[in-house]
Design a binder for this molecule. Sequence first.
Ligand SMILES: [Zn+2]
Length: 327
Amino acid sequence: MLNQKQIPSLDDLKRYYQEVYQPDQLIALIGLADFRYREFGFRLAENKFIRNISFRSPSAIKTFMSTRVPIQASIGAVYDKPPSIETSIQQLTWKSRELVFDIDLNEYDSVRTCGCAGADSYCYDCWSLINDAMIFLDDTMRTDFGFEQLVWLFSGRRGVHLWIIDETAKLLTQDARTAILNYLSMIQGDEYPFRIEPLPDYAKLFRTRLVEIIATSYIRYASIEELLSLGFEKTDAKRFQDRLEKQNFSMDSFTRNLPLDVEPMKLIRQAIRMRYPRIDRAVTIDTRHLLRAVGTVHSSTGKICTVIDDIANFSPEMAPSIWELLH
Ligand SMILES: [Zn+2]
């Protein structure tokens, strides 16, 4: 059962921020060196949104959370001076921001074939789209770009965020972030459905990843009818799916095992259309964007925004809820 219907009361939130919440994970993520210069934003209980907030120390955040009890807490960029209501970020010089990616199940609504629909309805099949997106993006960022410090967070509802906290990543300009997105978009247009370009020669690793992660998952989750429409014989389709129950195909075994009647590019195009990671570009490009703070509560589910350790197997019920932590 993945769906969470309960909503935390203000009293639940107050008890959580007073008795349970500690900013340790937040500090592990954003560090202490320029903590004072970091922008925070909050949605308060009266549904008023405030930003341009900064704190002198982690204990000041704890005090703010337990007295103001915001219904949403978010982290922004680092500036040359501490942001404040009097000195907004528009008056300050931007210094740095982690490289972030936002992937949300909402973006996949048109290709979810499991029968789930609506904002808070999802099953393990739906979540496999997000698991694949995490595995794909994690490997691409480490292998193709050389980043080493990647932190995945569950947003608390139906999305995940990747924070790349390498020092070099924090200093990337908006143009550089756009270029990274464009690298990830070389097989897609600006809008769904994807416009698929031939992959350039330098993209060999990328192509392998497309087959080994996206195409194998596509076959695993596709209906037999879908596979028949791609040229599979019924027995071949079943055999392929049975083998994929046990292990993913490597590029070599995928090519070797694909029945002759199946055109590889047609299959890969369909796999990309159905399962390629759908990244919210604006969140990555906008270096002043506010993103949910780790350790805080999602007010429409009661789930805590949590670090994801096992990206291949994570699903939302593994994240603690405010009620579990309050006993
Ligand atoms: Zn589903």
